[in-house]
Design a protein around this ligand. Structure first.
Ligand code: ATP
Length: 442
């Protein structure tokens, strides 16, 4: 993980937020390459969930919502973690932190940070929602929350979307957006942060068909993670036990990825059968009906919801961890670091290199770069030995290297180097668009 964090910073994938001020706790900024990678990942999700299906509609709801939303959802009373604080060093921990040996609040228990005994207070409940004020007067009447999940924006728009699109049940609503949680123990880079992005889909179904749809989505979502190139052996389901299951949930499975190191297998996505809990709560709190009218059967009912909820940042981390390789190269002393990203996810699709900075090679390489740039991100690089230039692209996961050499000038051909196999072959320069299109789709 340390090596990955350093690569991400050095190459412009991910920076610590407000770094010049010493950083903000567990908030991260995506740099030029990171923003492309995460965007490619979000596009993959949006295409699979919204564009490729006629039974899911897209939505982009606001981050700030009516405060009653969070009373109805249970977040005001229930979105809490037990927190303990050390009266000596002021460090805070989750009460269930594995580093705390014994019961916090009792004399012999040692603070895991400063080592003092008896200084850890008894657990207090701590709400994870960020609060802010709407309007100019900072009184409690104007308190609003930064949403801790995107799902509620979907529930409150259920009828707006259903009626405006004339969708019939079963159908879903999907959205990608920021969520905020004042996590007590964030960490592990972008794994658990205080500001993150979720990709959530709520599928509204007829009560009784919910378990069937739950099984369907559980299967679909695992396949999607596999389709990103995540190693199949690093993916598994985790079924929520009775203790883990929320009181309203009828069934819940996490999809876990093996991040290796101290993290091991961890949740990247949750698939939940939420019954009619959410719509019923919003009907009670808003006083507005959120029912579906089934015309063929002349019946009104509150639909059940099957939810799929995946973290865009956490999945980006899974993709990066999965792609990171250090390799020795045959016939070379120096090894290489390579991100074996799927071409569709890679931030740069091709590096374009003149072998030397003379004899018309830079001009021809520039022409190729300009020809390809409208199609996808390419990177022109003429500085340093060609081997070094290849390595720099390997490190950021660029699938192809196109080199203009002496033969190119005479024959109108270039070489294409494959990042993973290191094979090079020669193709006609005027065929590059077609050749790359075919290879990028592999
Ligand atoms: P965890 O227990 O790991 O914090 P959770 O069970 O609270 O996660 P959900 O509420 O089910 O998570 O959120 C759905 C998804 O959103 C998670 O699978 C994860 O990918 C992502 N997610 C949740 N909290 C965070 C966070 N603090 N930072 C980054 N991603 C998060």
């Amino acid at each position: 993980m340390e090596k990955l964090v350093s690569l991400c910073k050095r190459r412009g994938f991910i920076f610590q937020s407000s770094e010049i001020y010493g950083g903000t706790g567990s908030v991260w900024d995506y740099g030029p390459l990171g923003v492309e990678l995460k965007k490619n990942l979000k596009d993959r999700w949006w295409n699979a969930m919204v564009r490729a299906r006629d039974d899911i509609e897209g939505l982009d709801a606001a981050i700030l919502m009516h405060p009653r939303v969070w009373e109805a959802s249970g977040h005001v009373s229930g979105f809490v973690d037990p927190l303990v604080e050390c009266s000596n060093c002021r460090k805070r921990f989750r009460a269930d932190d594995a580093k705390i040996k014994g019961t916090p609040g009792t004399p012999d228990v040692q603070c895991p940070a400063c080592g003092m005994k008896g200084t850890l207070g008894a657990p207090r409940l701590f709400n994870l929602m960020f609060k802010t004020f709407m309007g100019p007067v900072e009184d409690t009447a104007s308190v609003v929350y930064l949403r801790p999940e995107t799902a509620q924006g979907i529930y409150v728009n259920f009828l707006n979307v259903q009626q405006s699109t004339r969708q019939k049940i079963p159908f879903g609503i999907a959205q990608i957006g920021k969520a905020f949680r004042n996590e007590i123990t964030p960490g592990n880079f972008i794994f658990r942060t205080r500001e993150f992005e979720q990709m959530e889909m709520q599928f509204f179904v007829e009560p009784g068909s919910d378990m069937e749809w739950f099984e369907f989505w559980k299967g679909q979502r695992l396949e999607w993670h596999k389709s990103l190139g995540l190693d199949h052996a690093r993916l598994k389901y985790h079924q929520h036990t009775t203790e883990e299951l929320a009181h309203y949930a009828r069934a819940a499975f996490d999809i876990q990825f093996d991040f290796g190191g101290t993290l091991g297998f961890q949740e990247i996505e949750g698939v939940h059968n939420r019954g009619d809990f959410d719509l019923t709560q919003h009907q009670q709190f808003s006083g507005k009906k959120l029912e579906y009218f089934d015309q063929p059967n002349n019946r009104r009912y509150t639909p059940y919801v099957v939810e799929t909820s995946v973290g865009a940042d956490r999945t980006t981390l899974a993709v990066l961890v999965n792609a990171y390789h250090e390799e020795t190269v045959e016939g070379e002393d120096e090894g290489r670091t390579v991100l074996k990203l799927q071409p569709s996810l890679a931030p740069v699709k091709a590096g374009i290199f003149p072998l030397v900075k003379k004899d018309g090679m830079p001009e021809m390489a520039h022409r190729i770069a300009e020809d390809l740039r409208p199609l996808y991100p390419v990177f022109y690089d003429e500085s340093g030995a060609i081997g070094r230039r290849y390595r720099r692209q390997d490190e950021i996961g660029t699938p192809f290297g196109i080199t203009v050499d002496g033969e190119s000038m005479a024959e109108g051909t270039v070489t294409i180097r494959d990042r993973d196999t290191l094979q090079q072959d020669r193709v006609a320069a005027d065929q590059l668009r077609a050749v790359l299109a075919e290879r990028l789709a592999r």
